[in-house]
Design a binder for this molecule. Structure first.
Ligand code: NAD
Length: 526
């Protein structure tokens, strides 16, 4: 049992060593970090103050020009070495992630693999994505146009606890590759994961000051961070995202906001029910449902509803819970009492409003202090909290729908728009339905892993699920400023004083007409 071994997995000496990586400019109060498996304090980090954020930004800014002056190939090699090191040190990383989050080892492994995939993807593709290019002009032959992508400077990151490696580290890898330096504020629950990754980054060749880490609560640190950096990336709740977004507006800093979701799945009558049950059970309870992509609403075509429901409930009830550091259990702990309270409030409210708890719906303190059973709700009235608000826990609602169109309507009945899933034997039809769902990503006949691992494709939310994208070319271009350089092949494009304005105007109109006729026959770069 983990209860006996949390301290063996993250000991005091390691905590002391990692704590020194935090940027501070004075003695700071100690902020305890607890292990959800046992609720015991495993170590402390400094409760940073705004002055520490200012110092971190200054240090990152001083380090930026030397980092940007390296060739992009050199930075790509550093990222590859980091990926090697993450794989080589995976057992240490898995231990720290599990201690801080209480997730299963398999859920923790997904984080390790994600960092490797992302580092390799940007090391391979980033140099080309950052290369300048020739662009076309609407005035063929007169102007040569080229664009260049420069780093924004210092990029800031505020990250949540649910994926402390994937989000806190993978998110800034493209920023580093683009020549930026980084200031990271990890979640107060999970600082040691970020600090261990920082140690590995430095060993892989990232200069110490290039990535700065400040620890502590978001509220006092968010303002100076947004004010100091040149771009802010935030992943977390929609409520905090709005606060960060308005600070970014005030300071005219570009913001990428990856926020909450209430993700739907639609199961059609012709779907492979075995696969749908297996994938949606996994996709609803992975990371104990504390996953932005996990499903909280499943709409099933009426003719297969009863069969799907019974099989889904049976599979949910057979998920194993466990607080262990091996690959055994299916479902891990919730992160905190606050998170458990949200889950319990939603289930209590569902019951009070006439919803049915088909399985689960209770604490499992026999497994660990914060464990909660995977839960299936049905007959949920529209006004129930769990019908619309993100639970961010192991709770999913299932509901029959008369047909696919009704499934799409129900799926779209939300303020969020992060991810969705469609199940049908007819993939063509699935793709067409996907295009009717308002969400940043849709997986057909899969939960979300295939989408997430398609690192070349952007991922992010619409509506209350956020602004901006990670992954793909979009995931690196947000960390750059584009400069356009034009050079004239002939005289400058200015009116000639000796020619009357009326003649110039007529000439310009005739010229535009000629260009429009010619344009289709000329190469775009002219
Ligand atoms: P949260 O918003 O409470 O906290 C996230 C981070 O913001 C933490 O580091 C916190 O310290 C900081 N923070 C809190 N208040 C702040 C403030 N006023 N100013 C600046 N920083 C502040 O979110 P959470 O509860 O840690 O995470 C869960 C949420 O994250 C869920 O809604 C989930 O859907 C979302 N999430 C989204 C994605 C995505 O990619 N879209 C991924 C993971 C999680």
């Amino acid at each position: 049992m983990a209860a006996e071994s949390v301290g063996d997995r993250l000991d005091e000496t390691t905590c002391d060593r990692l704590r020194n990586r935090v940027t501070t400019v004075g003695d700071r109060e100690a902020l305890p970090v607890t292990a959800p498996y046992t609720n015991e304090v495993v170590g402390t980090v400094p409760r940073c103050r705004p002055a520490d954020v200012d110092a971190a930004v200054d240090r990152a800014r001083s380090a930026q020009s030397a980092w940007a002056a390296r060739s992009v190939e050199n930075r790509a090699t550093v990222l590859e070495r980091f990926a090697d090191s993450v794989l080589a040190n995976r057992e240490r990383l898995l231990d720290v992630v599990q201690v801080e989050t209480g997730k299963t080892r398999l859920d923790a492994l997904a984080e390790v693999l994600d960092v490797v995939l992302t580092a390799d993807y940007y090391a391979e593709n980033g140099p080309e994505q950052l290369a300048g290019s020739r662009r076309g002009s609407r005035l063929p032959g007169l102007t040569r146009v080229e664009t260049h992508h420069d780093p924004v400077g210092v990029a800031g990151f505020v990250e949540p606890w649910n994926y402390p490696l994937t989000l806190a580290i993978s998110d800034f890898l493209p920023a580093l590759l683009a020549g930026n330096t980084v200031v990271l504020k990890p979640a107060e629950e999970t600082p040691f994961t970020a600090l261990l990754a920082h140690e590995l980054l430095v060993e892989a060749g990232v200069p110490e000051d290039v990535v700065q880490v400040v620890t502590g609560e978001g509220e006092p640190l968010g303002e100076p961070l947004v004010a100091g950096v040149d771009q802010i990336t935030f992943t977390g709740s929609t409520e905090t995202g709005r606060a960060i977004g308005s600070l970014a507006g005030e300071h005219l800093v570009d913001a990428s906001l990856e926020l909450g979701g209430k993700n739907p799945a639609i199961v059609l009558a012709d779907a492979d029910l075995d696969a749908a049950v297996r994938a949606l059970v996994w996709g609803s309870y992975a990371n104990a449902g504390q996953l932005c992509l996990s499903f909280e609403r499943i709409y099933v075509e009426q003719s297969v509803y009863a069969e799907f429901r019974d099989r889904f409930v049976e599979a949910t009830a057979s998920r194993s819970l466990g607080a262990t550091f091996d690959f055994g259990p299916n479902v891990g702990s919730l992160i905190s009492e606050a998170q458990r309270s949200v889950v319990e409030t939603h289930v209590k409210d569902a019951r009070a409003r006439g919803g049915t708890v088909l399985t689960g719906g209770k604490r499992r303190e026999d497994v660990g202090p914060l464990f909660y059973e995977p839960t299936v709700l049905a007959d949920l009235p529209a006004e129930a909290t769990a019908a619309t608000a993100e639970t961010f826990g192991p709770v999913v609602t299932i509901e029959p729908v008369p047909d696919a169109a009704a499934g799409v309507r129900r799926a779209n009945a939300t303020d969020y728009g992060l991810h969705a899933s469609v199940w049908t034997a007819d993939r063509e039809r699935g793709r067409s339905l996907a295009r009717q769902i308002r969400a940043g990503s849709v997986s057909i006949n899969d939960a979300f892993a295939g989408m997430w691992a398609s690192t070349d494709a952007p991922m992010g939310g619409v509506a209350d699920s956020g602004i901006g994208r990670r992954h793909g070319p979009e995931g690196i271009s947000k960390f750059t400023e584009t400069q356009t350089v034009t050079s004239q092949r002939g005289p400058p494009l200015v009116p000639i004083d000796a020619v009357p304005a009326g003649i110039i105007a007529r000439g310009a109109i005739l010229g535009i007409g000629a260009v429009r006729r010619l344009k289709r026959r000329l190469p775009p770069w002219l």
